[in-house]
Design a protein around this ligand. Structure first.
Ligand SMILES: [Zn+2]
Length: 227
């Protein structure tokens, strides 16, 4: 799947810390010929304004209803989960509602402030929907291992890995995914990938996908997209 798709699965709206409504984002995606647009607001974290558990069902309904108005782009609904235990209690997440989503993003996985894949496994095992690592600094977080071992390790958890183009996700002036190109090359056939721009404050970010797609072509991963 995925060879002809143009996807962006990482966007935030007024349901959390974004400036635009889901409708503004979906409209922009359709107008710019994306095949899939995912809304992925923050959930139950003290890090920023985020969805409460009691709001999650309404959020899912609102985003799903928008599909009717924008038939030329496939609308997906997800959330982004903060794996820092001081800010988000993973044990309290509403698993049944999460399983009504199209996907779940996890941020800060394998970082000091976050949770390891091993510690995330009990939650991952309860989720039937695709789960992904958002803006992960693969080289730094998994780096001591060679690329093929990293690919096999991540593959064993069944999670996809996101190519996130937002400016904060850089180290030494280079995007995390650019630094980890040799790891991504090993993902082919093992680990699915997604693309996200972490839209918050600019609608132009909805369709700012050229660099990510160039990278997908270079690493032979166009056929390994999660969607
Ligand atoms: Zn985000």
């Amino acid at each position: 799947m995925g060879a002809d798709s143009l996807i962006n699965l990482h966007t935030h709206t007024t349901f959390s810390d974004g400036d635009f409504t889901p409708e503004q984002i979906i409209l922009t995606a359709e107008a710019n010929h994306l095949t899939h647009i995912g809304i992925s607001d923050h959930l139950m974290t003290s890090k920023c304004n985020s969805l409460l558990e009691t709001e999650l069902e309404h959020y899912i309904d609102i985003v799903r209803e928008l599909q009717n108005d924008y038939p030329r782009v496939e609308v997906l609904v997800g959330v982004e989960v903060d794996t820092n235990p001081k800010r988000c209690d993973l044990s309290r997440l509403p698993v049944d509602l999460l399983n009504q989503l199209d996907y779940v993003l996890f941020e800060y996985v394998e970082m000091d402030e976050g949770t390891s894949l091993d510690d995330l496994e009990p939650l991952l095992s309860k989720l039937d929907v695709p789960c992904g690592l958002a803006h992960n600094d693969i080289e730094k977080n998994f780096g001591p291992w060679p690329p093929d071992s990293v690919a096999n390790h991540i593959s064993s958890f069944g999670v996809f890995v996101e190519i996130n183009t937002a400016w904060p996700y850089k180290r030494d002036g280079q995007m995390y995914w650019e630094k980890a190109e040799r790891y991504y090359q090993e993902f082919h056939g093992k680990v699915l990938v997604s693309v996200g721009t972490d839209v918050h404050h600019s609608l132009a970010e909805v369709y700012n996908l050229d660099n990510a797609y160039r990278f997908l072509r270079r690493t032979n991963l166009l056929g390994d997209l999660v969607i």
